[in-house]
Design a protein around this ligand. Structure first.
Ligand code: NAD
Length: 481
């Protein structure tokens, strides 16, 4: 019998006061893994009061001592790597290999955060004027709230809480209600690493918890990752309530393939970027822009490669393409495939016809449309599924102009052997995460994740030194002795 999850507050499992819950499914089998409580404002307030109390001590704990907990946490995550990867596959559906890589990305965030003594350093100028010195000191901001999406249950929370906590803040995480299980293990392991109770808390649920966190007077900052409309809402609501906000949003990433590109290498990268994690990545390639005469060859190679992919339960050996997250998301994807056909795009690989798509689990096979134009909904909207659109253009300028027409600017890739094309692409594309001869310009713990346009709301991005700026505030001390 599947259990109802509890919230993690003050280092212990606490039952939500809510009587409502939602099932958490294994999307490959449709089995119910657990029920997630739809927690209430009362639950949020309990977590906030706990985190506020814990802040008093944690924020004043010497930074190297805080960092030592992060070092121990890193060790424990490495020891539990396989268990965590299996949990990601179970609740999200992505292949075990993908999940294993995701856990690595999360661990790297902890490694970066363990550098807190260095990252928290201030600056001094001993002689800003005659006999006058000036210094900048860094401090945590207080209680921070994090709201995360379903597609990276390990990596995305790890963009937030390890660094926030290393910087001396206390944290309340609201994981996706569709993939809430992994977060619970992250909390238990953090406690085992020596994190004091109350520093890291989890409140499970959906909209009510989000609204509670966005408006709570004792929360100072909000990190959000999710779809564009919710990111915009989160940004506006939380900033109207006086909080600093970073809200990372949706994507429609273009991969431009030049006539001089290594076609086989490009196809391998694009297939992984379009269909890996069932297209449910914010760095997924959802549009290929074929430049010049390579169009037909590229399209044929993409279809051939897509035909070779193994679809199934991500825990099985050799499986590349797992299910999408839920039944309604599969329905939405199928309806976009119909829309594409009605809009006049050429359906050259139909993922509805793959055997897995008609059995148990929320599977959709790799789907490819050719002759897509920027007037079509399938070009404009983030489908977030294994559906790839191909647009054909004559020049790199046209390709960049097309990609720039999108309101989203999370990432973009270029495949070429020409340094000058690469430079032109870098200088003219309006996206924040660029890949050259690779399909997924993955966010790394050490650099800011720099989505542009409506793919990001706020000023300071997640990760790297932007993350440190976001989770700290400064004091300037000017002194005359
Ligand atoms: P989502 O926006 O549906 O949910 C994200 C979070 O917001 C969840 O915790 C959810 O409970 C909450 N939420 C959902 N609707 C809400 C509402 N109306 N009011 C208040 N809270 C609400 O996103 P998702 O489907 O879980 O994740 C996929 C999306 O996330 C895609 O659009 C993807 O591109 C985006 N994403 C972006 C990045 C990035 O770095 N830019 C990374 C990963 C995912």
């Amino acid at each position: 019998m599947a259990q109802t999850l509890k919230n993690w507050i003050d280092g212990a499992w606490v039952e939500s006061v809510s009587t409502q819950s939602e099932p958490v499914y294994n999307p490959a089998t449709e089995e119910i893994l657990a029920y997630v409580p739809l927690s209430t404002l009362e639950d949020v307030d309990l977590a906030v009061q706990t985190a506020k109390e814990a802040f008093k001590t944690w924020s004043r704990t010497p930074v190297p001592r805080r960092a030592r907990v992060l070092f121990k946490y890193q060790q424990l995550l490495v020891e539990h790597w396989e268990e965590l990867a299996a949990l990601v596959t179970e609740e999200n559906g992505k292949s075990y290999n993908e999940a294993y890589g995701e856990v690595q990305r999360g661990i790297e965030c902890v490694e970066f955060a363990a550098g807190a003594p260095n990252l928290m350093m201030g600056k001094q100028l001993p002689d800003i004027a005659s006999n006058l010195e000036s210094g900048m000191y860094r401090y945590p901001v207080g209680v921070v709230g994090g709201i995360t999406p379903f597609n990276f249950p390990m990596m995305v929370p790890c963009w937030m809480f390890p660094l926030a906590i290393a910087c001396g803040n206390t944290f309340i995480l609201k994981p996706s209600e569709r993939t809430p299980l992994l977060a619970n293990r992250l909390a238990e392991l953090f406690k085992e690493a020596g994190l004091p109770d109350g520093v890291f808390n989890i409140v499970h649920g959906a909209r009510d918890v989000v609204n509670g966190v966005l408006t709570h007077k004792d929360i100072r900052a909000i990190s959000f990752v999710g779809s564009q409309p919710v990111a915009e809402y989160v940004y506006k609501t939380a900033s109207a309530h006086g909080k600093r906000v970073q809200a990372l949003a949706g994507a429609k990433n273009h991969s431009i393939v030049m006539p001089d590109a290594d076609l086989d290498g490009s196809v391998k990268e694009i297939i992984n970027a379009a269909f890996g994690s069932a297209g449910e990545r914010c760095m997924a390639c959802s549009v290929v822009v074929a430049v010049g005469e390579i169009g037909d060859t590229l399209v044929n190679k993409l279809v051939e490669a897509a035909n070779q992919l193994t679809i199934g339960n991500g825990m099985n050996d050799g499986v590349f393409l797992g299910p999408v997250i839920r039944g309604p998301h599969k329905e939405r994807t199928l309806s976009y495939i119909e829309t594409g056909e009605n809009e006049g795009a050429l359906l050259i690989r139909d993922g509805r016809k793959d055997e897995a798509a008609s059995g148990k689990g929320y599977f959709v096979g790799p789907t490819i449309f050719d002759q897509v134009t920027s007037e079509m909904k399938i070009w404009e909207d983030e489908i977030f599924a294994p559906v790839l659109s191909i647009v054909r253009v004559a020049t790199l300028e046209e390709a960049v102009e097309l990609a720039n027409r999108s309101e989203l600017g999370n990432g973009a890739c270029l495949f070429t052997k020409s340094g000058s094309s690469a430079r032109q692409f870098r200088e003219t594309i309006e996206s924040g995460m660029l890949g050259i001869n690779l399909g997924v310009p993955a966010p790394m713990a050490f650099f800011p994740f720099s989505g542009w346009k409506n793919s990001f709301y706020g000023d300071l991005h997640a990760n790297g030194t932007d993350g440190v700026e976001f989770y700290t505030r400064k004091k300037m001390v000017t002194a005359r002795w």
